[in-house]
Design a protein. Structure first.
Length: 128
């Protein structure tokens, strides 16, 4: 269910790394926990983020949740289309609903994140 070429954080964010760039979003599990997403706040391009640092918020009809960077890096792109259509997060969380692209500061931090099987085990343990 979770893309094999992504890495996952315990906070339910994913990152897909290509070269020195990483595309970041929230997982299908996270969007299901939120319910219908109605608002999204993302950072400015150029912002430096530490691993685990909050980079934005996502608001649903049920709750407001913080978004955390899975790795350290500089924001080089923001999905502006998503702020205008936040409901895309519910429809395609692992595709069109990417949120930011980071220039990854330390590539060695990426393998420390969970692979798809480990993330699925986390989701299974939280769903009980």
């Amino acid at each position: 269910m979770y893309p094999q070429d992504f890495r996952y954080s315990k906070d339910h964010e994913w990152i897909k790394v290509e070269g020195d760039r990483g595309r970041v979003g929230i997982t299908d599990y996270a969007q299901k926990q939120l319910g219908d997403v109605v608002f999204l706040e993302l950072p400015e391009v150029g912002r430096a983020l530490a691993a685990g640092e909050q980079f934005g918020t996502v608001e649903s009809v049920k709750a407001v949740s913080e978004l955390y960077s899975p790795v350290a890096g500089e924001v080089v792109e923001v999905n502006a289309a998503l702020t205008g259509k936040p409901e895309t997060i519910n429809k395609d969380p692992h595709g069109e609903a990417w949120m930011i692209v980071l220039k990854v500061a330390d590539a060695s931090a990426v393998p420390a994140l969970m692979d798809a099987a480990a993330y699925q085990a986390l989701v299974d343990s939280e769903s009980k």
